[in-house]
Design a binder for this molecule. Structure first.
Ligand code: ADP
Ligand code: SF4
Length: 683
């Protein structure tokens, strides 16, 4: 029988090279960059091993006059940078895939905080990268600067070829490179041959493509990454206007078109706001204008959608960043017909925080992501069991589910006990909140895997006490009992409980998740700062409540800026008429009003309310663990471990990671000192 997805496994010719299939890991940032080349090479190698026919770098700086510090991207300033990148190309080639490199000269996007030379750009203006508000202004490039920049790009292309790369990018995506900024009218006020008409504004990109082809075109493919729409209407380029026209102007020049949306937040739109294939309506024109292969993204995780995008003539190659992070073995699983094994990306954008918080890439669905080199973790393989010990896991939230699954994969006998009627813990409940339905995939994938394991039994409706556990004779226990939202307002801002917190009109996220929804005038106090406050405000406002969101932070859902969501969250709340009161703390709660005070001046204001929702800290449900700890101390050897939110409340990704780590470390001798490898410079 033929595989209905065979078309995805056809080779695709890209200039002088051939991709072994249509699975294409587009360039994506990762927080490793030039700082941790071994970790990054291992991460990219795993993608190739999992079947991605092309695996690309992130942005790679080509010259010190365009330095992306404090972010860690790739770096190819000189020959000395070649070995680090060669590590990656080698690890990708080892599995028969092509390695792509995204050369970037970032112009306005680079503040050069490390190199301290003036950034160069089409015009002199404040830089737009990083924080967006660095007090740094660029120098307008003169003709000599443009000639120099083209030469740096050519040199970098030659170095990239020496490093072993097969596909070399000219980057004009996301408004983040000089080539893109020259095209954009708002950044280009030039009167020379690089300004004015679209043809003139596209001149630099055209020259870069031509010169890269002249330098390496015989052996390497030359790709263009271009954002066809900025979703800014006439203030930016659109897929019906200049986005279309640029592709028409350069149609046959590159060997490959990698097309997407700008800015990064639009390109990597979270599932809360956009669904699979969301870019098609913008990029589908491209294939009509060129005979060259086209790759695009849209958080494709369904092989049917992938095949459809190819058959409908939208794409030649299925581009992916996030789906390849959540499941590096997605292509292999499709090839082998193991569709239910695909670990689908949930679109939470925690992976983005690797870049935006300057730490190794991480993923909610795939706890091994970023740990390939330093911990030696593989997304599909795990050490077999070392004994016939049986393990009891208490609590089937993300931590307990992942621990049970991974221990089961190792071959241990596992009993997973859950107090509620349904497993899933916080994921089950939070996936019911507006826009978060795809988060269910965290539990669905794990339960699907567990169902196949004869050695793992799941018992819902089993609230366990310490006595029952001790009586059961269990010797090895993982406690994954989660955490509970605080009812007293204590958190990072308030150290003492708020007066009035015990009134009956005061609720927590747990109450709302159980279906107890306040109406009328609701004050939502958010000292958590990630998604919960914003999403609950959305839920209540959508149901007709008049919501005032009060937060000590300077922005609503402050931390969601690192997942590229903050502006969308705020926009949605404003559309729902949620009133926003930033930089205020809650002072006291009354039956019909609350008092808030400014974090800056201390000035107090009274707000009328019918109810209050406190989104502050959580308290670990660790009581069971401590009871067991003293009870089992007398019962002799065995193991007891606290994991997930019960150990320390954190994001879902951390609960999954914690469960996975506990499963990997079970029966192993604890490592003295730092339990993972650290990349250090040889000095
Ligand atoms: P985490 O994010 O750490 O996995 P969750 O709060 O999502 O934490 O999940 C914890 C799960 O543990 C919840 O589903 C909860 O019902 C369950 N649980 C808590 N206490 C017990 C107990 N004593 N016995 C069985 N299940 C429990
Ligand atoms: Fe997808 Fe979230 Fe993983 Fe990123 S972190 S790849 S968005 S599941």
């Amino acid at each position: 029988m033929t595989n209905p997805f065979d078309i995805l496994f056809e080779p695709v010719r890209i200039g002088p090279v051939t991709a072994p299939n249509r699975f294409y890991q587009v360039p994506h940032c990762n927080g490793f960059g030039h700082r941790m080349p071994r970790g990054l090479a291992a991460l990219r190698g795993i993608k190739a091993e999992g079947g991605w026919g092309v695996v690309c770098t992130e942005e790679v700086e080509i010259h010190h006059s365009s330095d992306l510090a404090p972010y860690f991207e790739g770096r190819l300033w000189s020959d000395e940078d070649i070995p680090a990148l060669a590590l990656m190309a080698e690890s990708v080639h080892r599995h028969g895939s092509l390695a792509g490199i995204e050369l970037a000269y970032n112009g306005l996007d680079a503040s050069n905080l490390y190199s301290r030379v003036p950034p160069l750009a089409p015009r002199s203006m404040g830089t737009i990268g990083g924080s967006g508000y660095d007090p740094v202004q660029t120098r307008r490039m003169d003709k000599e600067d443009i000639r120099n920049m083209r030469d740096w790009h050519r040199q970098a292309a030659l170095r990239a070829r020496r490093a072993g790369f097969d596909i070399i990018y000219c980057y004009a995506g996301h408004g983040m490179s000089a080539a893109a900024q020259f095209i954009l009218r708002r950044y280009n006020d030039r009167t020379d041959e690089y300004g004015g008409s679209l043809e003139n504004r596209t001149r630099l990109l055209r020259e870069l493509i031509q010169e890269t082809k002249e330098a390496v075109g015989g052996t390497c493919a030359v790709a263009v990454r271009f954002a066809v729409d900025e979703l800014m209407g006439d203030d930016g380029i659109t897929s019906q206007g200049e986005g279309h026209d640029v592709v028409a102007l350069l149609a046959e020049l590159p060997d490959l078109w990698d097309v997407n949306l700008s800015n990064w937040g639009n390109d990597s739109a979270p599932s809360r706001f956009e669904k699979e294939g969301f870019q098609e309506r913008y990029i589908s024109f491209v294939k009509k204008l060129t005979t060259k292969p086209v790759v695009g993204v849209g958080r494709y995780t369904s092989p049917d959608s992938m095949v459809s995008a190819i058959r409908r003539g939208v794409l030649d190659l299925i581009g992916a960043a996030r789906p390849s992070i959540a499941d590096p073995f997605l292509p292999t699983k499709i090839r082998e017909g193991r569709l239910e094994d695909i670990r689908e990306c949930i679109g939470c954008n925690i992976c983005v925080t690797g870049d935006t918080r300057f730490v190794p890439l991480r993923c909610t669905q795939n706890p091994t992501m970023g740990e390939e080199w330093r911990r030696g973790w593989h997304p599909e393989l795990i050490a077999p069991r070392k004994s016939t010990k049986e393990i009891m896991v208490i609590g089937a939230g993300p931590a307990g589910l992942e621990a049970a699954r991974a221990l089961g994969q190792r071959g241990y006998g596992v009993t997973l006990l859950e107090a509620r009627q349904e497993p899933g813990g916080r994921v089950l409940r939070e996936a019911g909140l507006p826009g978060l339905s795809e988060w269910r995939r965290v539990m669905d994938w794990r339960l699907t895997q567990i169902k196949k394991m004869k050695n793992v039994s799941v018992y819902p409706s089993s609230p366990m006490t310490a006595e029952e556990i001790v009586e059961s004779g269990a010797q090895n226990i993982l406690v994954a009992t989660g955490a509970t939202w605080r009812r007293d307002g204590v958190g990072r801002t308030l150290s003492r409980s708020i007066n009035g917190h015990d009134l009956t009109n005061v609720l927590t996220p747990d109450d709302l998740l159980e279906g107890k929804l306040p109406s009328g005038k609701v004050i939502l106090y958010d000292d958590d700062h990630y998604y919960m406050g914003g999403v609950l405000a959305e839920l209540l406002a959508a149901q007709g409540a008049q919501v005032v969101l009060v937060t000590p932070a300077p922005l609503v859902s402050y931390w969601s800026q690192y997942t590229l969501e903050q502006e969308r969250v705020q926009r949605r709340l404003m559309k729902l008429d949620v009133k926003i009161q930033v930089q205020h703390v809650l002072v006291s709660i009354g039956s019909h009003s609350v008092k808030i005070s400014s974090t800056l001046t201390g000035q107090t204001t009274e707000l009328e309310n019918d109810s209050v929702v406190l989104v502050t800290d959580r308290i670990s449900n660790d009581g069971l663990y401590y009871q067991l700890k003293s009870a089992l101390a007398e019962a002799g050897p065995g193991s007891l471990r606290l994991i997930g939110d019960a150990e320390a409340p954190n994001i879902i990704a951390q609960a999954v990671f914690s469960g996975h780590r506990a499963a990997r470390e079970f029966d192993e001798v604890p490592v003295a000192g730092t339990p993972f490898k650290v990349e250090r410079m040889n000095v």
